[in-house]
Design a protein around this ligand. Structure first.
Ligand code: WTA
Length: 635
């Protein structure tokens, strides 16, 4: 018998030890007892980190939508699967039952088929947080098409890059989206992107804001009439456990975004198992994760993990500040939310406002609170614990990544005692290591190092789409036979982990991973710019904000610097999206470089952090003299 639901600390340790000693028995039992397979696997696990090649449940056959939908119909067909809370609180919430979800997913799957989408084809999804978004993911999965969701805040250039990288045949979008008081012309962004994408044959358009948009003949089709004609029965495509389920892009330190490829069987098992344990999920709970499905958190913990458990999962279209700072808590009261999962940046933003926005609402339904995406600072942790959880809801600080597919380090509520700012203990099946700079594992407690994983887990990404070599170099080359996370961490005296932040050139701004290179490339497109370098600096709401050092081609050319700053942010918005805009832009005469010409970001970081006293040794620089002028001109 598997220990599917851990209830106390001793049980956690027992299960954890079993997962270390007998990982295949551990995962094999969970997979067999709690999921529907058309055929069981030949082997639970085959792997070789040197290639790297990782296969879980190889030879097994399944369709993930049978696990997320069909198997629930007999026992909970009338239960709400997706609870849609619109941007505007005056618009009615929608309760989509499992029966209705089944019909809508099957219909949508038939539309995809009728439009020529087949197993293995890539479908790009660029939608706001409306039910069609979750439904389109599941419809792709139903027929074995690989979905590639692009967060609907990315610009047309960013969208085009992602469509081209995966040669998507179709884009699914909407006529526009609501965001607080604003509407956004999503279809216009898609038009601009698709003009540069030859692989796209069809653009399916859902109606959301009833705007008057241009439809291109032959290419663009309204979704609803196609759904109306489609049958509500679509036999699931039977997939191999290792067939790709989706691609999701994440920023790297350098170069273009990486299309992380997740496969079907292991991803399903791990997201469902972690959802159940980390949220202590019970049948009548109403679970709400505030992330966007455009990110991994939404894929794993709005769609697949909750639905595989037959849960009610809330999809929220709006923003935490509209119509006012009490919106989250209003929704918690309205739908009697039991588990609430959000990002530290949202907590920090709301904690700055009056407590009246919280105290107006009855939050007594809450049982478990969660955070994800970046380190949570002590102050925010206590604010969340005191004012939202009223000190009776354990906070699960969940550490994981787009690449890991599911949560890796987290307390298990009512079992693991929490500790502010600590993600605490590895979940069952997760074997961590801290490494030093010489490639040696640091054993023992009260140490810090670079966080690695020593053994495969079922939901790990298997490759980078179209670039397995880059996958190997990024994750499996820093340390032999280890997956390197890119994060630093410390382990305290009892073995609890605290994530200290990225150790590479990825900067997490408001919980979004941003690579410095694509932002610098965008800035350098400005005709007046010669060179630029971006670093992060601490920001009390966003966690980190971006600080740009920019060298102009002609110094003192008499241009108004504030205008230039605006233009630079405009270019960034066009190339990436507003999330990557710089908070500070310093025009400078030079950038500190090593003798091999590499920018010394360490020094720029210190200056941006206002830590000029301890810049370290600058004598080895090619141009040590620029450091003084950068400090002089500091903003
Ligand atoms: C950071 C989000 C501290 C970390 C699921 C990681 C965290 C990156 C935490 C992945 C946490 C995520 N505490 N840092 N609880 N959770 N991170 O791919 O740096 O968007 O490497 O996945 O976010 O971000 P991603």
């Amino acid at each position: 018998m598997s220990n599917y639901h851990i209830k106390h600390l001793e049980e956690y340790y027992q299960v954890y030890r079993k997962s270390l000693r007998y990982p295949e028995v551990f995962w094999g039992e969970i997979a067999e007892e709690h999921f529907v397979w058309r055929k069981l696997w030949d082997n639970v696990l085959e792997y070789d980190f040197s290639k790297p090649s990782i296969k879980w449940f190889d030879g097994a056959k399944l369709n993930i939508t049978e696990n997320c939908i069909d198997r629930h119909l007999r026992i909970r067909g009338d239960k709400t699967a997706i609870l849609f809370e619109p941007n505007n609180p005056d618009e009615e919430a929608q309760h989509i039952t499992y029966n209705q979800l089944s019909e809508r997913v099957n219909q949508f799957a038939n539309v995809l088929k009728n439009q020529g989408i087949k197993k293995g084809d890539r479908v790009c999804i660029y939608l706001p947080m409306i039910p069609e978004l979750a439904i389109s993911l599941l419809a792709c999965a139903r027929i074995g098409a690989i979905h590639s969701v692009v967060f609907a805040g990315f610009s047309s250039t960013a969208l085009a890059t992602r469509i081209q990288d995966a040669s998507c045949k179709m884009v699914i979008t909407s006529d526009g989206s609501y965001r607080g008081k604003k509407t956004i012309d999503l279809k216009g962004i898609v038009d601009e992107a698709v003009d540069q994408c030859e692989s796209i044959e069809t653009v399916l358009v859902a109606k959301r804001i009833q705007s008057d948009i241009r439809m291109k003949d032959g290419r663009d089709k309204w979704l609803q009439p196609l759904l109306d004609e489609a049958s509500t029965i679509c036999e699931p495509e039977i997939m191999d456990a290792e067939d790709p389920l989706f691609i999701l892009y994440t920023s790297g330190s350098t170069g273009s975004p990486k299309g992380m490829v997740h496969t079907t069987g292991g991803y399903m098992v791990n997201t469902a198992y972690t959802f159940k344990n980390v949220f202590n999920y019970k049948e009548n709970d109403v679970y709400w994760c505030t992330a966007d499905i455009g990110w991994i958190t939404g894929h794993s913990y709005i769609v697949y993990g909750p639905l595989a458990n037959g849960a009610t999962t809330v999809m929220f279209e709006g923003v935490p500040t509209y119509p006012d700072y009490g919106r989250f808590w209003e929704v918690v009261e309205k739908h009697k939310i039991t588990q609430f999962y959000t990002a530290p940046t949202a907590i920090r933003a709301l904690a700055k406002e009056s407590l009246d926005f919280v105290d107006k609402y009855d939050l007594s339904s809450l049982k478990v609170l969660g955070t994800v995406g970046e380190p949570i600072n002590e102050e925010a942790w206590h604010w969340y614990n005191d004012n939202i959880g009223k000190k009776k809801c354990p906070i699960v600080d969940t550490w994981w990544q787009t690449e890991t597919g599911g949560m890796m380090i987290s307390p298990i509520p009512f079992a693991t005692p929490t500790k502010p700012t600590y993600a605490t203990l590895p979940l069952p099946g997760v074997q961590l290591a801290l490494m030093d700079e010489n490639g040696q594992e640091i054993k023992g407690n009260q140490v810090d190092g670079r966080l690695c994983v020593k053994f495969p887990w079922p939901s790990m990404a298997r490759t980078i789409w179209g670039n397995h070599q880059r996958y190997k170099e990024t994750y499996f080359s820093a340390y032999k036979n280890m997956y390197f996370t890119g994060d630093g961490a410390l382990r305290d005296e009892v073995g609890y982990y605290r994530i200290t932040g990225r150790v590479d050139d990825v900067i997490i701004v408001s919980g979004h991973n941003l690579g410095t290179a694509p932002i610098e490339d965008a800035i350098n497109e400005h005709p007046a710019v010669a060179e630029s370098a971006i670093v992060g600096y601490p920001h009390d709401v966003k966690g980190n904000a971006l600080y740009g050092y920019v060298i102009l081609k002609e110094i003192g050319e008499g241009r108004n610097h504030d205008n230039l700053r605006k233009e630079i942010n405009q270019i960034i918005t066009e190339h990436i999206g507003p999330i990557a805009k710089l908070d500070k832009i310093q025009f400078t005469v030079g950038l500190p470089k090593t003798r091999s010409g590499k920018i010394m970001r360490r020094i720029l970081r210190k200056i941006a952090h206002n830590e000029m006293d301890n810049l370290g040794d600058i004598s080895t620089l090619l141009n040590p003299e620029v450091v003084a002028s950068i400090i002089d001109e500091r903003l």
